[in-house]
Every structure is written in C-alpha cells, then in structure tokens.
Ligand binder design. Structure first.
Ligand code: GRF
Length: 215
C-alpha cells in the first residue's frame, strides 16, 4: 500500500523530526517524509533531514511582509512535494487561519504538555509552579486557536521531587519522541477520524502512558 506522504515543518534542533525520520525508516512503516521545511536557515533539523536523504526547503519568515504570503510560500512547497499530512515539529511560527483551514484534519502539532493544560510557552516551568504530579505531551490536530484541536495521542510522565524545568522537560521530550511516531502511525493506518471536535482513535490503548520514573 502507498505510504502517506508527510511534510514536516521545523524551526530548530529537530529532535522530534528525528524521531519521525527514524520511525519512517522502519520496515513497513505506513508513512514517509517527503519534505522538511524550516523558517530558520540554520535549524539543525535541516541537517538531520539531509542525513536521512530527505529533501529540504527553507522559507525564511523575515523575507515576507505578512503572514499570509509566508504561509502561501510554505503551502507551495508542500504542494510541490505532494504532501498529504503536515507535522509541526517545533515550528515556532503561528500559522494563519486560512492555512489551518486549508489543511484541516491534515495538520498535526506536538505540544509539551497534557492539553488542555498549559497551552503556550514555558510549559515545564508552569507545570512545576502549579505543582502538578503528572505532566506530558500531546499530539493534536491543529485549529486556528493556539494549542487547540482534537487530541490524537498523549503521553504522561511523572513530576519527580527535585525536578527542574530542564529535567522535567527532558523527560517529556523522551515521551514526545514516542508519542509523535505513534500518532503518525495511527493516522497513516487510517485509525484516526475526527468526530465533532474529538479525535476517535481505533487502537488499544488509544494513546500511550509512560508513568514510569525510569522512562
Ligand atoms: C518540542 O518540545 C515540541 O513539543 C515543541 O517544541 C519542541 C521542539 O523540539 N513544540 P525539537 O526541535 O523537536 O527538538
């Protein structure tokens, strides 16, 4: 069966991109990354894509006078590569409503918290401040409102005594590297459908839970 054609948008180091590249390299994985696009020319993730032999494109946001023309340039690259699903993997630009609607239910993001808690930035600092005992990450379909949209996969990690934002963030990042490839697999296998504003996932269990302090 044809593999799902995936485009990944990045802005930086690309460790989640790496997790997706590694997953796609597994025999029988139902998706392939056909283009990696960065708004930052120096993003290390571009190097990871090159290493994996995946075509890259740089669309520097500073070259565009408004968000609509920047998003249009991104869309051109995605269409050129015949992308069917877009993964946001540490892409640090807000996309226009128009772009988000054009890619409705074909655009997924990974966020470093258990949504709907801690939308936005500095999630690990805020989780520590709030004193939550469980934290994690979420892969979700993107909607115009930031960090909203049907939840596909979540992975939970414990908050341990003495955690810093850095140690907690590292634990969440490991969980991200499992959750994102899992979500991609589920979508590519046709096991995810959107019903209203909820994603219905045909999998047991629907998500992953990593409440193991050693994880
Ligand atoms: C991750 O924590 C992701 O959840 C957030 O941005 C970070 C990107 O890290 N959206 P990387 O570039 O994938 O290493």
């Amino acid at each position: 069966m044809a593999r799902l054609r995936v485009g990944v948008l990045i802005s930086g180091r690309g460790s989640n991109l790496q997790a997706l590249l590694d997953a796609c390299a597994l025999p029988g994985f139902p998706a392939e990354i056909v283009v990696v696009i960065s708004n930052e020319p120096e993003a290390f993730g571009l190097e990871r894509a090159r290493q994996a032999g995946v075509p890259t494109a740089v669309v520097p946001h500073r070259d565009f006078s408004d968000r609509a023309s920047f998003d249009a340039a991104i869309a051109t690259e995605l269409h050129r590569a015949k992308v069917e699903l877009v993964c946001l993997a540490g892409f640090m630009r807000l996309l226009t409503d128009r772009f988000v609607e054009d890619w409705r239910d074909r655009l997924v993001n990974i966020h470093p918290s258990l949504l709907p808690a801690f939308k936005g930035l500095h999630t690990h600092e805020r989780a520590l401040q709030a004193g939550v005992k469980i934290h994690g990450c979420t892969v979700h379909f993107v909607r115009p409102a930031m960090d909203e949209g049907p939840i596909i996969v979540q992975a939970a990690v414990p908050v341990l005594p003495g955690d810093s934002a850095q140690s907690l963030g590292a634990r969440v990042l490991e969980a991200e590297h499992r959750a994102f490839p899992l979500a991609l697999r589920l979508i590519a296998e046709g096991r995810v459908r959107v019903d209203g504003e909820r994603a219905v996932v045909d999998a047991e269990p629907a998500g992953v839970t990593l409440l193991n302090p050693e994880a």
